[in-house]
Design a protein. Structure first.
Lengths: 117, 235
């Protein structure tokens, strides 16, 4: 699953990846990959610029941390980021409920058809 | 910066160099992006090495995972244009009022003999009020587009149109128009009322405007060139 369908929800998913605490870029990417059971294998080119945009929007806060001689940019949700995550989650719940109602598995017929030999 | 010596490896070094070659924009933002990518690729290589790959193969797998360098660089173009736009707007926001203060000081102090606002200067053409309008309109446009650029590259970035570099260029052009009007007014004043005005404060104001014109020209060039290479939504 890639492309436009995914892109519209990237902000929300990135914010969700930070919900349980600060993470650096590669850890966010791994969490998206693992959390989606390998379905969301995004090219990095889309993740890092999206994180910078979220930072400009004031939804995440970044600091540089140095560990094992490697300098990493660490992302953390701001209060505004938490609010936006709640909104995105709410919007997704409504949207997916509507799509499931229309596209979901066909309901079983009320009475089972008689088995014909 | 990429990690302990020997972990990056020549393949990753040259991959990062190719990405660096594809990035244009403010130096600080490019440095940040490259430092972050370097750590990310090194982390990816580590992850592949933990699955049992040898270091060279792991580095190659990390590079594949990040994608072709030109594509990675292209992904940052909109961000770099936004960084340039924001920087331009904040610079104009600082330089604008400073130039204004120099002009107001010049206007008040340049009347030989006593302090007087320019509209009380003897010999000033009666229609000098036109200058106020000619300079006032682009000044309002400049202030508006500066504020828009700051908002569009900051808190409101998810809601406002995605070409802030154009707004920043409009701000710089508007401010340049203010300077052109003021310089023209200064030239006319010099020609029509020779010897009646103190030269030094007005020369200082003229120099400030000339400097700001040069700055605006560079800002327009930077913003327009970065906006031109931005991928367009749906394009």
């Amino acid at each position: 699953m890639r492309g436009q369908a995914l892109k519209g929800h990237l902000d929300g998913m990135l914010l969700a990846a930070l919900e349980n605490g600060p993470r650096h870029g590669y850890a966010i990417m791994e969490s998206l990959r693992a959390g989606s059971d390998g379905q969301f294998d995004l090219p990095t080119g889309t993740i890092y610029p999206a994180l910078r945009r979220l930072e400009r929007a004031g939804l995440v806060h970044t600091t540089w941390s140095e560990e094992g001689g490697r300098r990493r940019r660490v992302y953390e949700l701001t209060a505004g980021g938490r609010r936006t995550l709640d909104e995105e989650r709410h919007a997704w719940a409504e949207f997916s409920a509507a799509v499931t109602a229309l596209l979901g598995p066909q309901p079983r017929p009320a009475t089972p058809r008689p088995v014909t030999p | 910066m990429t990690g302990p010596p020997g972990t990056a490896g020549p393949a990753i070094e040259s991959y990062l160099a190719e990405i660096a070659a594809g990035l244009t924009g403010p130096a600080g933002a490019r440095r940040d992006i490259l430092a972050e990518l370097a750590a990310g690729v090194a982390d990816a290589a580590d992850a592949h090495r933990r699955t049992g790959l040898d270091p060279a193969v792991a580095a190659g797998a990390a590079i594949d995972e990040f994608g072709p360098p030109e594509r990675v660089a292209a992904g940052f173009r909109a961000e770099l244009a936004a960084a340039q736009a924001r920087r331009t707007a904040l610079t104009l926001m600082t330089v604008g009022p400073l130039t204004g203060i120099v002009w107001i000081t010049a206007a008040v102090t340049s009347h030989v003999g006593r302090l007087a606002p320019p509209w009380e200067w003897a010999g000033l053409p009666a229609d000098a009020r036109l200058t106020t309008y000619l300079a006032g309109l682009p000044l309002v446009a400049a202030i508006g587009s500066i504020l828009f650029t700051v908002a569009a590259t900051g808190r409101l970035t998810r809601w406002l149109p995605s070409r802030p570099a154009v707004a920043a260029a409009v701000a710089a052009i508007s401010l340049a128009a203010v300077d052109v009007v003021m310089l023209a007014a200064l030239a006319i004043l010099g020609a029509t009322t020779p010897g009646r005005l103190a030269a030094f404060p007005l020369a200082a104001a003229g120099a400030a405007s000339l400097a700001r014109l040069g700055m605006a020209a560079r800002a327009v060039r930077d913003c327009v060139s970065l906006d031109a290479v931005c991928p367009r939504v749906g394009g």
